[in-house]
Design a protein around this ligand. Structure first.
Ligand code: ADP
Ligand code: 5GP
Length: 213
């Protein structure tokens, strides 16, 4: 499938997408492809206290903060949601999300299930998508293939993976990332369909439906 997407997918009201899945299921891979194909969706750069990985850039992949600075922002109410994953803290800065949505930009959050539940409770209109691996064995080999984590961390991530997956039934959409091309088409189809919903399209309704007063 070749998905051609043009600027007509920009809605009047921006959509808030939540993408969740166990570490190593391919969230970042799917998100990067979608953002390079679909215009007017911004990736929300999270704050984290975890160590920067090779290839990551501060401010692009995450805002890398120390624990006191993360706690200061949390206590000041600057976070839309936050969670502790493994030994690290992660959180979404509230202000850029609200500003972008109000400007008609859509936002994509790549967050864990604890954060997803907090966002859904505050903003029920958010669209949640859970990415599943085809099997737990394939998840392990992808984590090893990424070559960024020690054996100890991989073992812990696999244990935590099941805790994330346990919550997949409460998400709006499920995508199995087996064949990357298929999963990517399915993932982008969800985003595009949501952007085209009539309740985000008041300007089209007004343009095409004559006022009968
Ligand atoms: P996450 O963001 O969920 O932690 P990544 O996107 O970093 O996962 O993917 C983990 C690893 O799996 C990466 O090396 C990536 O290239 C690989 N990967 C992603 N999707 C697939 C797929 N469908 N088939 C095989 N490998 C994949
Ligand atoms: P990683 O360290 O592999 O980049 O991410 C580990 C986990 O933290 C992933 O499940 C990811 O979705 C989650 N995560 C990343 N940013 C946030 C965030 O801002 N909030 C929450 N709740 N989880 C996050």
């Amino acid at each position: 499938m070749s998905l051609n997407v043009d600027a007509w997918t920009k809605p009047d009201q921006g959509a808030l997408f939540i993408v969740t899945g166990a570490s190593g299921t391919g969230k970042t891979t799917l998100v990067k492809r979608a953002l390079s194909t679909i215009p007017n969706i911004q990736f929300s750069v999270s704050a984290t206290t975890r160590k920067i990985r090779e290839g990551e850039i501060d401010g692009r992949d995450y805002h890398f903060l120390d624990i006191p600075e993360f706690e200061r922002r949390k206590d000041a109410g600057e976070l839309l949601e936050w969670a502790q994953v493994y030994k690290n803290f992660y959180g979404t800065l509230k202000a850029p999300v609200i500003e972008a949505l109000n400007a008609g930009e859509s936002i994509l959050l790549e967050i864990d299930q604890q954060g997803a539940a907090q966002v859904k409770a505050q903003m029920p209109q958010a669209i949640s998508i859970f990415i599943l691996p085809p099997t737990m064995a394939s998840l392990e080999s992808r984590l090893r293939g990424r070559n960024t984590d020690s054996d100890e961390i991989i073992a812990r991530r696999l244990k935590e993976a099941q805790d994330q997956i346990d919550h997949c039934g409460s998400f709006d959409y499920l995508v199995i990332n087996d064949d990357l091309e298929s999963a990517s088409d399915q993932f982008m189809s969800i985003l595009v369909a949501e952007l085209l919903k009539s309740n985000r399209r008041n300007s089209w309704v007004q343009q095409f439906v004559p006022n009968k007063e």
